[in-house]
Design a binder for this molecule. Structure first.
Ligand code: IPT
Length: 967
């Protein structure tokens, strides 16, 4: 077996379209005999013929290292073995597979037969009845072998030897787990004489006339005639004729109209679902059917926490419905073609798709791209073969509007050749590749993780600013539409700054949106350790010598496909309807951001809530509102009629679907807006109490420290002044460095704000109030925060805290927050709050939060990121009721709102733990009241926090009340 050649696989038939045919076929999936050897040289030579009875078994499709043979490994850019192309390492698991089967009568009835493999990672040699059929390259690409002469009636013996690593590994270095095996289906196909071997349907749509233009290139065995039949349109014509069809409804991601098409010969019928559409670039805008489109996209990897990249139709349908519910309309199939059936779902449910070739040579990045195969003539055929297999398989799918050459493979003649072949073979679609620095062979200017100011410059068609000189290439690029094929790295708490990107995408016509990195976290479930806990693992957890830790845990949904807060915020950022309630409450402005749909399917309702009680509500009549237009709708007088309120008076207007859709029942929100009028709750009158250095009223202080020890008998410890948070993945900054500075987490540690200590300056009681002055400083330096806290008792049983915080000394760096921490006994229960929720929010990650009177269940107070970190803040909170083991604590602001975080984990425990399931049970409740907060940014890969959302040392003050409520 030669697994060190830059050449493509051998022996397979020419790539062709995946077709749904009435010819017989037979699945060879199931339990196969299996044995793994540690290296090619040690793998037995007689593996094809020896008795396999004593071997183990694996499930096909499946990855052997998820079935008890070895273990998975994760690395991103770093190659797991020496960069020595085209050689794999000696230590290279070789999986021998054997399967015996008896072909069905249906298959045997035909003279011509194919054996199809939809995916084998990474290289295979395939034998049937001891005859070599060929080899495969392109793990996520289909290979079909002609077995007409080899297949026999009775028992047939299939033998597949798979190398985990091979020459192919150098061009399949995607950021994901290394998961070898026959991980997609194996199928035996009968090919009737006179059957349809290939079809390429081009279904164009002319937006000027509404006509569809259909041409089907059909390859028939023996050149026999074929017909094309579209029952719905009354078409029955000879294949190959160009058909002009009037009154066609075009396909779009928003209205995925498909027509059933049959291609028939006397021997075979194949069925396709065809969508008519035209994709083009006009005036630097990306148009489909004559109208500009906006990618509200995600990058989608295939991942399942137990089965790896093995396809499950039900799971994937549910996953795509979940995307649709969150307004996602575009998918980049990063960084390889998905399972072929996923394409049917894209067509049916409606997604704009960038279909990417299985190609990534990122490992060469580490050596300055020296020797990257993309420019090596020896690899040219392998590159072209990958592209041809990609395009041919999926060429009949309406959803695919761009072909992508691959990811992160630098530049070179081989990529250029792929692009040239693709354009010439399929002029109906555009070509994408982010790594082409001049965009000479692609149709869109694609970027990754570009900071906001760069996106603005591109929107404005400004040349790269000095010191980079504008080149002819740069000028050419400015003539193209701009997309971010990756942006907003959804790792951990974040991604911050999505709204700010989106505002730019909306502002400039040539910006056509982007694709969040990424949809799903690639956690792998550990075997049950007897505790029943579901323990997710990431890189390094399998003892890998080279790994990239939790960098693969960067999804809008977790590995079990449960939404992270980032998805809720992204859904709001990209919501198709923008609702703006005027501050005078006379009208609401509705902006339709659909690319093609008018708002005929949308119902508008409003409600007014005063101090938590709904006082009025109704339906609003939405006038006709075509795509990309705006209308004003009047609000009734009762939305603004004066009403007294203690805390807040809120009008919320919601746009929701009027009827059911395949992904949501009627009433699914597609946009909403609020007008919020708030006021600070007036304080109750002071109680008749005398203060001392031991407290006042129900409040007890420790005179040695000035800290609170109890409130109405409830053990309460605080306040601790703090400016640190348990670093998020974005604070740890794995990716692009900012101004060559260390990560935020390192800067905070260097400034020692993670270890601040407090000194009591003084306590003085004066009548009904006790004043506690403290200085909380960093070790090592002279930077500190002076706090002056004044406690008093109120008539209603609460205690009042007026606190002023003032930076002291030589602060230089930035803060994560400026807050007051309290600790209480027992883990937290549910929390009620008046403020923004229910989803956690930060200054640059707040679009999905709404003002309201929310109950946050105990289990949703923080977010279970697999690597623990700060999470769960709710911004602009003016009241919170925290249920504890033996008491309930109510905190209210008498002045400005605060950000609230209630957690069962201390920051120190969060910062120290590597996995959520390792966090100790502290049996405490940690409450943070932040007077100011920094945003979270997306620096784990991309820009940090925007300047406007940063927190520089500053003073702040707040007045609060604390009250122990009866249980
Ligand atoms: C970018 C990769 O394309 C993607 O696969 C993923 O690794 C992502 O980074 C980070 O999660 S490449 C990076 C160098 C910008």
């Amino acid at each position: 077996m030669d697994i060190a050649t830059p050449a493509p696989g051998t022996g397979a038939v020419a790539p062709r379209a995946r077709l749904r045919s009435d010819a017989p076929q037979q699945s060879l999936d199931g339990r196969w005999r299996f044995r793994v050897s540690p290296s090619l040289r040690s793998a037995p030579a007689h593996w094809r013929t020896e008795d396999a009875e004593g071997w183990g078994e694996v499930e096909v499709p499946g990855h052997w290292n998820l079935q008890g043979y070895g273990s998975p490994a994760y690395s991103n850019v770093q190659m797991p073995f020496p960069l020595d192309p085209p050689y794999p390492p000696d230590a290279n698991p070789i999986g021998d597979h054997r399967f015996e089967f008896v072909p069905s009568d249906g298959v045997l009835a035909h003279r011509r037969r194919l054996l199809r493999f939809d995916g084998i990672e990474s290289a295979a040699e395939v034998w049937l009845n001891d005859t070599l059929l060929g080899t495969t390259r392109g793990s996520r690409l289909t290979h079909e072998f002609d077995v007409s002469a080899v297949l026999t009636a009775g028992v047939n013996r299939l033998a597949v030897r798979v190398a985990q690593f091979s020459d192919a590994t150098y061009v399949e270095n995607q950021d994901m787990w290394w998961l070898p095996g026959v991980f997609r289906s194996v199928t035996l196909l009968a090919r009737p004489d006179g059957g349809i071997d290939d079809v390429f349907v081009r279904a164009d749509y002319d937006p000027a006339t509404g006509a569809g233009l259909l041409e089907a290139a059909v390859e028939v065995d023996g050149d026999r005639p074929a017909r094309i039949v579209i029952p719905e349109l009354g078409v029955d014509a000879a294949a190959g004729t160009a058909l002009r069809l009037d009154g066609i409804e075009p396909w779009s991601a928003e209205r995925p109209r498909l027509y059933d098409v049959e291609v028939r010969t006397a021997a075979e019928t194949v069925r396709l679902r065809v969508g008519f559409r035209r994709v083009e670039v006009v005036d630097a805008q990306l148009l489909v059917n004559g109208a500009p489109i906006m990618f509200r996209g995600v990058n989608r990897h295939e991942h399942h926490p137990e089965r790896g990249r093995v396809f499950d139709a039900e799971v994937v349908r549910e996953e795509l419905l979940l995307m649709k519910r969150h307004h996602i309309n575009a998918i980049r199939t990063s960084h390889y073609p998905p399972h072929p059936d996923v394409l049917d779902l894209f067509d049916e449910l409606g997604f704009w798709v960038i279909l990417e070739c299985d190609l990534e040579a990122h490992g060469f990045d580490r050596v300055g791209w020296r020797g990257v195969p993309s420019d090596e003539p020896a690899w040219r055929e392998a590159y072209l073969d990958r592209m041809r297999r990609t395009v041919h398989r999926d060429k009949n799918h309406a959803a695919v509007i761009l072909w992508s050459l691959g990811n992160e493979s630098y530049r070179g003649a081989n990529l250029e050749a792929m692009a040239r072949w693709t354009k010439q073979f399929d002029p109906t679609r555009l070509v994408h590749y982010e790594g082409d620095p001049a965009s000479r062979y692609v149709d869109v200017y694609s970027l990754m993780y570009a900071p906001h100011d760069r996106i603005r410059e591109l929107g404005e068609e400004r040349l790269q600013p000095a010191p980079v000189r504008a080149t002819a290439d740069e000028l050419h690029r400015l003539s193209l539409p701009v997309i971010q094929c990756e942006f907003a790295h959804a790792m951990g708490t974040g991604p911050g700054g999505m709204q700010e990107y989106w505002d730019l995408f909306e502002q400039y016509p040539r910006l056509a949106g982007g694709f969040v990195w990424e949809w799903i976290e690639h956690g792998i479930v550990a075997p049950d350790d007897g505790t029943g806990r579901r323990r997710m693992l990431y890189g390094g957890d399998f003892g890998e010598a080279v790994h990239d830790g939790n960098f693969v845990m960067d999804g809008l949904v977790d590995a079990d496909r449960r939404p992270r807060p980032g998805l809720i915020h992204y859904a709001a950022v990209i919501a198709p309807v923008v609702v703006t309630v005027a501050a005078d409450r006379r009208r609401v402005t509705i902006s339709n951001r659909y690319d093609t749909l008018s708002l005929g399917h949308v119902a508008l309702s409003w409600e007014r809530v005063v101090d938590g009680e709904r006082v009025d509500a109704g339906i609003l009549t939405l006038p006709s509102c075509p795509a990309r237009s705006t209308v004003d709708v009047e609000l009734p007088e009762s939305a603004r009629a004066p009403r007294p309120h203690a805390v807040a008076d809120v009008v919320t207007v919601t746009a929701a679907t009027a009827g059911d859709s395949p992904w949501a029942t009627a009433g699914h929100e597609v946009g909403s807006g609020q007008d919020v009028v708030r006021r600070a709750r007036p304080a109750a009158a002071p109680a008749d109490a005398t203060a001392s250095d031991r407290g006042v009223g129900p409040l007890e202080l420790d005179p040695a420290t000035g800290r609170v020890t109890a409130l109405g008998g409830l053990a309460l410890d605080g306040p601790t002044v703090d400016v640190w948070r348990a670093p998020t993945d974005n604070d740890r900054d794995y990716g692009l460095e900012e101004l060559d500075l260390p990560s935020m987490a390192e800067r905070w540690h260097d400034a020692a704000i993670d270890r601040m200590v407090t000194r009591l300056v003084g306590i003085d009681a004066d009548g009904g109030a006790v004043r506690v002055r403290t200085r909380t400083g960093t070790p090592i330096f002279d930077s500190a925060i002076d706090a002056t806290a004044t406690w008093s008792a109120l008539e209603d049983g609460a205690v009042r805290l007026d606190i002023a915080l003032e930076p002291h000394g030589g602060w230089t760096g930035e803060w994560a927050r400026l807050g007051l921490d309290f600790e209480l006994p027992g883990a937290p229960g549910d929390v009620d709050l008046v403020g923004y929720g229910p989803v956690p929010s930060y200054p640059d990650l707040r679009s999905g939060a709404r003002f309201g009177w929310w109950r946050i269940p105990a289990g949703e107070l923080t977010v279970g990121h697999v690597r623990p970190q700060e999470s769960g803040s709710r911004i602009d909170v003016s009241e919170a009721t925290i249920r504890l083991r033996d008491a309930t604590l109510r905190i209210r602001s008498l002045t400005a709102p605060f950000a609230l975080t209630v957690s069962p984990h201390s920051r120190r425990a969060l910062a120290a733990a590597a996995h959520d399931w390792e966090l100790p049970d502290e049996d405490r409740t940690f409450v943070a009241l932040d007077l100011a907060q920094a945003g979270v940014g997306t620096a784990s890969c991309g820009p940090g926090v925007l300047p406007r959302h940063r927190l520089f040392p500053r003073a702040a003050e707040i007045s609060l009340t604390f009250e122990r409520l009866p249980l």
